[in-house]
Design a protein around this ligand. Structure first.
Ligand SMILES: NC(=O)c1ccc[n+]([C@@H]2O[C@H](COP(=O)([O-])OP(=O)(O)OC[C@H]3O[C@@H](n4cnc5c(N)ncnc54)[C@H](O)[C@@H]3O)[C@@H](O)[C@H]2O)c1
Length: 263
């Protein structure tokens, strides 16, 4: 594998499993130094071990990204240990699919705290570092649910829409200082936790897959490919975008042959 991210100091939140873990492994393979973060310390240690076993460099930094002090401490550690920070990838997130009228205020706040507030805490902690360096990339894993309405995901969809625009604002405000901010918007995913939810719904994973023009559900690696590319120096002019990685789902409009692909 090419080493497009050689020596880039990178924090990836929620990288103990799923999309974040796939991105951490990919970044490690491409030469980045990965600060693996998750609230689950055991999974953090596992991913650090996998990156090192593949010849990459990684350190463990388990913490709770919904606590601004812990996020600040993580950014401070990156700078004190490695002298800089090149990428802050706010990937930690999650949903609690439920009808909106059944969602409690407490549940709404939890979802906003993890998917929206935590992304801001990272930006707030790392901006002074990026400004001093006159470089740095903020990345976040948004969602198709932040680009269009998905039933049962009111708080989650609102938070993901918010972080898509937060990245645009940062790009516009700090682009002149060499700072970039982009989001990646995964579409229909076939991840383990997604398949668990799909299995409870009518038609299961097949009904979901049938709606995807590209003919399959997405994988964690599909997202990692996009996340690695956006972190390369060649991607400097890509700033303030929300990149859908969704097999053309966000390009699709309901039509007489919705989602039909030619085979
Ligand atoms: N899987 C999908 O279908 C899908 C689709 C669109 C967007 N996304 C987004 O992609 C991102 C990753 O999702 P995933 O599918 O890999 O989920 P996942 O649940 O497998 O992984 C999320 C990780 O975040 C960690 N985490 C949760 N709360 C945390 C906290 N307070 N501090 C630190 N870490 C915390 C979890 O322990 C977990 O390891 C999320 O932002 C999610 O919203 C996922």
């Amino acid at each position: 594998m090419t080493k497009r991210l050689e020596n880039k100091i990178t924090i990836i939140t929620g990288s103990g499993r799923g999309i974040g873990a796939a991105c951490a492994l990919r970044y490690g393979q491409e030469g980045a130094v990965v600060i693996v973060n998750d609230i689950n310390a055991e999974n953090v240690a596992k991913v650090v071990g996998q990156i090192r076993a593949a010849g990459g460099r990684a350190v463990a930094h388990p913490c709770d990204v919904t606590d601004p002090a812990q996020v600040q401490a993580m950014v401070d550690r990156a700078v004190s240990e490695f002298g800089r920070l090149d990428v802050l990838y706010a990937n930690a997130g999650g949903s609690m699919p439920k009808n909106t009228h059944l969602t409690s205020v407490e549940e709404y706040r939890q979802i906003i705290a993890l998917n929206q507030d935590a992304v801001f805490y990272g930006i707030h902690a790392a901006l002074p570092v990026f400004m001093k360096q006159r470089s740095g990339l903020f990345l976040t894993t948004a969602s198709g649910a932040g680009q269009a309405g998905v039933a049962d995901l009111a708080a989650y969809g609102a938070a993901k829409a918010a972080v898509i625009n937060l990245m645009r604002v940062i790009a516009v405000e700090y682009g002149g200082m060499g700072i970039r901010a982009n989001s990646i918007s995964p579409g229909p995913m076939g991840t383990a936790n997604m398949r668990g939810w799909l299995a409870t719904l009518e038609g299961g994973a097949e009904a979901f897959e049938a709606q995807v023009p590209s003919g399959r559900l997405g994988t964690e690696e599909d997202i990692a490919v996009a996340a690695a590319f956006l972190a390369t120096d060649e991607a400097f002019f890509i700033n303030g975008v929300c990149l859908p990685v969704d097999g053309a789902v966000s390009a699709l409009l309901a039509s007489p042959r919705p989602g039909k692909t030619l085979k």
